[in-house]
Write a protein of this length. Structure first.
Length: 202
């Protein structure tokens, strides 16, 4: 059973991700029918350690045996998922190599996950072009490019939030999607013409 708990309006999950590199490129997966990419991986199961989980997940998703070279780090990730659920995720990252041949071009695979058919769309991206793509979570990109030659423990908050612009005449509400690697807080004062508008971040 996957480590995935839903309580009220929040979802908690524990995942593990694998970093596979070939010819200065890294393997990523386009997530479902979205426009963004993630690293190959999946849920850790109850009673399973994260290193065993990534070996299993790579075999299930990519169809190859994954050999771990080293542990890279962990991300505590707070975000709104594709189903618009507030999500608290713990994700372990491992750098490794494949013991089997793997396509060097972009490729698709179909996985039968306990009766659920999943279409995987894999893509190789040059390390120097990672910032050209919407790879999530974004705060791991410097570590994927080895700009930080150390293990990491990161906290990322990708949050939907509202900005209320308030004047003496009316109240306007704007919905904005923020992608940041830090906490949201503070009050911003905006001047529009002769009116003073107050922006409150919540």
């Amino acid at each position: 059973m996957d480590i995935k708990i839903k309580k009220n309006s929040h979802l908690f999950k524990v995942r593990t991700s694998g970093i596979i590199m070939k010819d200065n490129k890294i393997l990523v997966e386009q997530y479902r029918d979205t426009s963004y990419f993630t690293l190959p991986g999946g849920y850790v199961e109850i009673g399973e350690d994260s290193s065993s989980a990534i070996i299993r997940e790579i075999k299930e998703e990519v169809g190859v045996n994954f050999k771990i070279d080293r542990y890279l780090g962990i991300v505590e990730n707070f975000f709104i998922n594709a189903n618009q659920e507030k999500t608290h995720g713990i994700d372990f990252y491992y750098l490794g190599t494949t013991e089997d041949e793997i396509p060097l071009e972009n490729f698709d695979l179909i996985e039968n996950d306990n009766g659920i058919i999943i279409n995987h769309h894999f893509k190789w991206i040059e390390l120097q072009k990672l910032t050209d793509y919407d790879i999530r979570p974004k705060c791991i990109i410097p570590y994927l490019r080895n700009e930080q030659n150390t293990s990491f423990h990161l906290v990322q908050r990708e949050t939907n939030f509202y900005i209320f612009l308030k004047s003496t005449k009316n109240l306007t509400k704007y919905y904005i999607y923020a992608k940041i690697c830090s906490n949201l807080h503070g009050v911003v004062v905006v001047k529009r013409g002769k009116q003073l508008w107050e922006s409150v971040w919540i």
